[in-house]
Design a protein around this ligand. Structure first.
Ligand code: F6P
Length: 539
């Protein structure tokens, strides 16, 4: 395959960058009164406005041509046929089958029956817990569900439980512990009663150090409680879950063809089902399925995930953006940036293509963010007057027409508009004069008030924050990641870098305990300082 950066379509985009260089977003709007309608897309109850991106309809056309030339359609055909597109692990990546109503095959086998069977089990368990029928070993109903998992076995359900707090069962707390730092476990269970607490050990591999440490902490905290009343497991390694002491009837299977960061639709979503109920969880699946259908059928120029991916690639590879800020204007979506961090950065933080070449261009952005309007009072200053290009995704659930909600939505719209428009030196000077400054003072201060504007952003409106629309939103970002990975020619579905870090942690731990081992001089020096500070343990 021709390297991406040597393709004529890539060169055409480089020329396009030259053609648009120096053109401010204000000029692009002035030149085209139809810019919003040309560069925004409404899909059901979502609307994406790309008009504040530094591109034109012509740019989008060139990006679409790149997607065609990279045979995105062929890649998606292989993905939906259950082929091992995760080539380095020889696995399919078929998370869309988790929300499908049609059969999908992996190595010739229809996986729909197993998906349905797991969903039925999730319904039984979540209903037993929510109705109070599931009793702890002392005979009292379960009042708190605590998920023990990390990465993809934590971030999705944790984010969604918070996002859908409005739908939560007020009788039951659903909490999450991920960190190997025992403080998180201690803080999470401090006010809970072991006799009324149920743990879900969520781990695809059931070998993850953090999760196993927390599962052991839970076992110790439960004391003599019967594990069969207080532990469930979700894993692809059911033998290990059972060896840990969780009986087979309490274990839910997770398929090999589901990657951790794409797994919130699987039994990994059980904590969410416990919080919002299985009917609402099925609404979430339906929303994702609707997005899948759109993604797999709409022409690229009208395809929300494809356009999101192409706009992102343009910003990264042609405008040189290093990061992507995701700012949801909804307190309950506060964990969305953390969730998307894993989705985008673990998937596409890669440098080698599937045909073993250097990719030759930048890949995943550094994704970060927090809920608006809080971030406005922290880091938006850098957007307005800093030296970096920082594209932003504003995610705005419109919600009701209460004055408070109107103020939130108005803030979101104002940020996008102000960052685009900026404030000229002349405007700054007039503002200062109107505030009573002398002409000399105004001239001196104006450069400090002026903002260049031209900061690119996408505004994604959703009518409200419902399970269905949350499902569509998450599936949208999943497909964006898949499209970008396909265009860059990398494998979005493995994570060998993380494995390297895990291996190093396994090597350092024995050295730390024993004081022996071969380490680089920095690690050895740090270990020596740690040992010197450590107080010997009592006993
Ligand atoms: O951090 C790497 C990773 O492998 C993620 O991809 C995964 O979601 C997480 O660890 C947890 O893995 P597991 O579900 O196997 O415990």
């Amino acid at each position: 395959m021709t390297p991406l950066t040597q393709m004529p379509e890539w060169q055409a985009l480089a020329d396009q960058r030259q053609a648009l260089a120096g053109r401010h977003l204000n000029q692009l709007f002035a030149a085209d009164p139809q810019r919003f309608s040309r560069l925004s897309l409404r899909w059901g109850e979502l609307l994406a406005d790309f008009s504040r991106q530094r591109l034109t309809a012509e740019t989008l056309g060139l990006l679409v041509s790149l997607a065609e030339a990279r045979d995105l359609a062929g890649f998606l055909r292989r993905m939906t046929a259950g082929e091992a597109i995760n080539a380095t692990e020889n696995r399919a990546a078929l998370h869309i089958a988790l929300r499908a109503e049609q059969p999908y095959r992996v190595t010739g086998r229809d996986v729909l029956p197993e998906v349905r069977a797991t969903q039925a089990r999730m319904r039984e368990l979540s209903e037993a817990i929510r109705s109070g029928a599931w009793h702890g070993s002392g005979g009292a109903p379960i009042e708190a569900v605590v998920n023990l998992g990390i990465g993809g076995s934590d971030l999705g359900p944790r984010m969604a439980v918070q996002a859908l707090g409005e739908y939560a069962d007020p009788q039951r707390a659903v909490r999450f512990v991920a960190n190997i730092d025992p403080a998180e476990f201690a803080d999470t269970v401090r006010d809970l009663d072991p006799k009324r607490t149920l743990f879900i050990v969520s781990s695809k591999t059931f070998t993850t150090q953090e999760t196993l440490a927390n599962a052991r902490a839970a076992r110790a905290w439960l004391g003599d409680a019967d594990p069969s009343r207080h532990f469930l497991a979700v894993s692809n390694n059911l033998a290990a879950a059972q060896a840990f002491g969780i009986p087979a009837q309490n274990c839910l299977a997770m398929a090999e063809w589901v990657g951790g960061r794409f797994s919130m639709w699987s039994a990994i979503g059980l904590p969410l089902a416990c919080s919002i109920g299985m009917d609402a969880f099925e609404d979430l699946l339906a929303g994702a399925r609707e997005m899948d259908e759109h993604f797999l059928s709409a022409p690229y120029a009208e395809n929300l995930p494809v356009l999101m991916a192409l706009v992102g690639l343009w910003n990264i590879d042609f405008l040189g953006a290093e990061s992507l800020a995701v700012i949801p204007y909804a307190h309950r979506l506060g964990l969305l940036p953390a969730y998307l961090q894993q989705l985008e950065m673990e998937s596409n933080g890669k440098r080698v293509t599937l045909d073993n070449r250097e990719v030759g261009c930048a890949t995943a952005p550094i994704l970060w963010g927090m809920a608006g309007s809080v971030g406005q009072h922290a880091f938006h200053q850098l957007f307005y007057q800093g030296t970096r290009l920082t594209p932003i995704d504003f995610i705005v659930p419109v919600g009701d027409a209460s004055p408070e909600q109107e103020a939130l939505v108005a803030n979101a719209l104002a940020q996008g508009a102000a960052l685009m428009k900026g404030k000229s030196l002349e405007e700054a000077r007039s503002q200062l004069l109107a505030a009573g400054k002398s002409p000399a003072e105004a001239a001196h201060l104006a450069p400090h008030l002026a903002c260049p504007g031209n900061q690119p952003s996408t505004t994604l409106l959703m009518s409200s924050l419902t399970p269905r629309l949350l499902g569509s939103l998450i599936a949208l970002y999943e497909h964006k990641v898949t499209v970008q990975g396909c265009l860059w020619g990398i494998n979005s579905f493995d994570q060998w870098g993380v494995e390297h870090g895990k291996q190093m942690a396994r090597e350092i731990l024995p050295g730390m305990l024993s004081g022996k081992g071969e380490f680089d001089s920095s690690t050895a020096g740090l270990l020596a300082a740690i040992r010197a500070w450590r107080k010997p343990r009592a006993g």
